[in-house]
Design a protein around this ligand. Structure first.
Ligand code: SF4
Ligand code: SF4
Ligand code: FES
Length: 240
């Protein structure tokens, strides 16, 4: 099938502003992914195209881009899902929004990672280990409370589709709140108060307007907005 690919290009060393590169692939397969097509452009047509990717299987989270106006992982998006049904497809690929473009599809993830680090995304427990020196046990029910938020791969699809983040990049953003949720709801963790101080601050959860862009964008199907609501509830009631 024919795919007309439009890719947002920008090379800060020579471009004054971003422009659209147009590439036609006449022998694409419906089962190709958008990442396959980007590889073909880079390897067969224009080696200067810059993109970020690693696993190619939806695990590393490094190839989040905006495809036909919606955030997604290029490696998890099949061409057949974007086809107009007439044996061809027009696919537009841009960098995710709200982060500085370094080159072409590569954005500066550092502000995103700074928000991630701000919620202390690691296990905190200074209590002595159990008497037998082994695991800190947890019931299946307690483990289930934060199961959904363990699935995050830090792709940034959620935060960079969030109007509140676009409006103010100081907003900690849905991905960081998902990470905070993962530890706040872990019965073995003792760092909830520190994390709640961060996500309850001026640029924390109350910036969320509950419009579900983040949930729609998440390639791991995490109920992001629900997790944010659960963190808001802890802040409002003091109960986990
Ligand atoms: S639900 Fe909240 S965090 Fe998610 S996109 Fe909307 S405003 Fe942003
Ligand atoms: S919550 Fe989903 S969309 Fe957001 S960073 Fe994690 S995996 Fe990506
Ligand atoms: S390349 Fe790793 S998630 Fe797509």
């Amino acid at each position: 099938m024919q795919v007309n690919l439009r890719i947002r290009r920008f090379n800060p060393e020579k471009d004054q502003k971003a422009w659209w590169g147009e590439y036609t692939l006449s022998d694409a397969l419906p089962t190709d992914t958008v990442l396959d097509l980007l590889h073909r452009v880079k390897w067969e047509m224009d080696g200067t195209l810059a993109l970020r990717r690693s696993c190619a299987h939806g695990v590393c989270g490094s190839d989040a881009v905006r495809i036909n106006g919606a955030n997604a992982l290029a490696c998890k998006t099949l061409v057949q899902r974007l086809s107009g049904g007439n044996g061809s497809a027009t696919i537009q690929v841009e960098p995710i929004l709200g982060l500085r473009v370094i080159k072409d599809l590569i954005v500066d993830m550092e502000p995103f990672m700074e928000h991630y680090r701000s919620v202390l995304p690691y296990f905190i427990n200074d209590s002595p280990p159990p008497a037998d020196g082994r695991e800190r046990l947890q019931s299946a029910e307690d483990r289930a409370r934060f199961d959904d938020t363990t699935k995050c791969i830090l792709c940034a699809c959620c935060t960079t589709s969030c109007p509140s983040f676009w409006a103010n990049e100081k907003y900690v953003g849905p991905a960081a709140i998902v990470q905070a949720h993962r530890f706040i709801y872990d019965s073995r963790d003792e760092g909830a108060a520190e994390r709640l101080a961060v996500v309850g601050d001026t640029f924390g959860v109350w910036r969320c307007r509950t419009n579900f862009n983040c949930t729609s964008a998440c390639p791991r199907d995490i109920e992001v907005t629900k997790a944010i609501a659960e963190v808001k509830k802890v802040l409002a009631t003091g109960e986990i």
